[in-house]
Write a protein that binds this ligand. Structure first.
Ligand code: SF4
Length: 200
């Protein structure tokens, strides 16, 4: 094959781009033999990606309670089989696979709260009970110190019952019902700056 320098770079670029697109499901390529082996003897579970508000459909391959593979669902009307890089990384969140393909807990996954004290240059592990109590105390203190019962509008005092010292960010990891409850709780505390990570 007669290959000029220019044609060589074009070929490498095209091959790399195609491999990347297949990886996130943009091209409907048949499974390579390694992938086919990985999904053998697994159960297919159809679900929705929770990383952002797009709501792409996922097919997870599960063996012995462990996700060993995740792909875009070609029958899903939103993503039609594609996934972004976050969605495509689902099966590596909790587990990584050794050279024999056996799942091992992902050592990079955080399972405990990390706390950096004011002025400190390092994080320390805390338990959930401590973290939740600390967060609750700080929210209450911030709200109480900055609560406004009234504000002046057009020279008149009007009731506002709000705090502008706290902002609340919802999560695409939560269900609609959970986000509804978060919203109610924030409003009840007088928080008026409420947003959601899917808008960012
Ligand atoms: S994170 Fe990516 S794959 Fe998941 S829903 Fe959003 S766009 Fe889809």
């Amino acid at each position: 094959m007669d290959l000029s320098r220019r044609s060589f770079f074009k070929l490498v670029g095209t091959t790399t781009a195609t491999a990347s697109l297949v990886g996130v499901g943009a091209c409907k390529a048949p499974l390579a033999s390694g992938e086919a082996l990985r999904v053998r003897y697994t159960k297919e579970v159809h679900t929705t990606c929770t990383f952002c508000g797009v709501g792409c459909g996922l097919i997870c391959h599960v063996r012995d309670g462990v996700i060993v593979n995740a792909e875009g669902d070609p029958g899903h009307p939103i993503n039609e089989g594609t996934l972004c890089s976050k969605g495509a990384s689902h099966y590596n969140m909790s587990y990584v696979f050794d050279r024999h393909g056996r799942p091992q807990p992902n050592p990079k996954r955080l399972t405990k709260p990390l706390y950096r004290a004011p002025g400190s240059d390092k994080y320390e592990e805390k338990d959930w009970e401590w973290a939740l109590a600390e967060i609750a105390a700080k929210i209450k203190d911030t709200r109480d110190r900055n609560f406004e019962e009234t504000a002046t509008v057009d020279g008149r005092a009007v009731t506002v019952n709000r705090t502008k010292a706290i902002s609340w960010l919802g999560s695409a990891f939560c269900t609609c019902e959970e986000n509804y409850l978060f919203h109610k709780m924030a409003r009840a505390m007088g928080v008026i700056q409420i947003d959601h990570c899917a808008r960012l």
